[in-house]
Design a protein around this ligand. Structure first.
Ligand code: FPP
Length: 251
């Protein structure tokens, strides 16, 4: 096994890995530091994880950086996270280019402060030709909000059809997904949450239907290459049945 290969069977590698990077606040508190120090350390780990995931062969990595509910955090913390974004994204650009990483966003960036929005738009535009791995930052993202937005699109689509009855019937889960923000993102294979909680917290709700879930007690700022490897190896040991029987799947 090469050092960068987490497992023997390459077909057991998840294409799309999503991570809820939880535990920054508790990591900081345990060290007598402010919450923002935890986020800063967390951002360093996020940069490392992009490189590790790319080297392991993951094709899409989505990181839950800011949820629709995170606006309700103390103003200072929200402001700190937004300035982290506007400072760190331009600094991270050279390594994204070097690692052939395409930067994308899932979520509604319109309410972000101007400097953060500009940093996001610039990173997307600078990296759009990269093909090595997609880094999908989930920003002002909520799974319920994403589903609701697609439901509105679906209703408009049905209303615009001459034969509405047939249109309702044609509204399959696949067609509905094609109306979601994630329409051109691969289905989520592995959802990792650090920090000890066992919740999905509005992350990738639609694809969570069949994603494999992996919970780690490690606080995000302590998350290591070995922790990622453990998660990928655990994924490789799962049997994904999608409602079928084990016998059907193995035959
Ligand atoms: C959850 O930990 C973490 C977040 C809400 C933010 C994640 C952000 C980063 C890792 C920094 C990189 C992102 C940007 C925007 C530059 P928590 O604060 O809920 O931790 P706790 O549960 O221990 O309090």
């Amino acid at each position: 096994m090469s050092p960068s290969t987490p497992m023997d069977q390459s077909n057991s590698l998840p294409c799309h890995v999503g991570i809820v990077m939880d535990g920054n606040g508790r990591w900081a508190k345990a060290r007598g530091k402010g919450r923002l120090e935890g986020h800063k350390q967390g951002a360093k780990v996020a940069r490392n994880v992009v490189e590790w995931a790319k080297n392991f062969g993951v094709r899409q990595l989505s990181l839950y950086a800011f949820s629709t509910e995170n606006w309700d955090r103390p103003k200072l913390e929200v402001r700190g996270l937004m300035s982290l974004l506007s400072i760190l994204l331009p600094r991270t650009l050279p390594e994204m280019m070097q690692n052939d990483v395409r930067f994308r966003v899932l979520g509604d960036i319109s309410p972000l402060p101007g400097s953060a929005k500009r940093a996001v738009e610039n990173a997307m535009s600078e990296t759009k030709g990269n093909t090595g791995m997609d880094l999908i930052l989930c920003l002002n993202y909520g799974g319920q909000q994403e589903i609701l937005a697609a439901a509105r699109t679906a209703c408009e689509w049905v209303a615009g059809q001459d034969d509405r009855e047939s249109a309702w019937k044609a509204l399959t889960p696949d067609r509905f997904r094609s109306m979601m923000w994630r329409h051109d993102v691969a289905p989520l294979d592995l959802l990792i949450r650090t920090g000890g909680e066992r919740r999905i917290s509005n992350f990738h709700l639609w694809d969570a239907a069949y994603a494999e879930l992996y919970f780690s007690d490690v606080y995000w700022p302590d998350f290591s290459k070995q922790d990622l490897k453990d998660a990928l190896n655990d994924y490789a040991s799962r049997e994904r049945r999608y409602g079928k029987t084990g016998e059907q799947v193995s035959s």
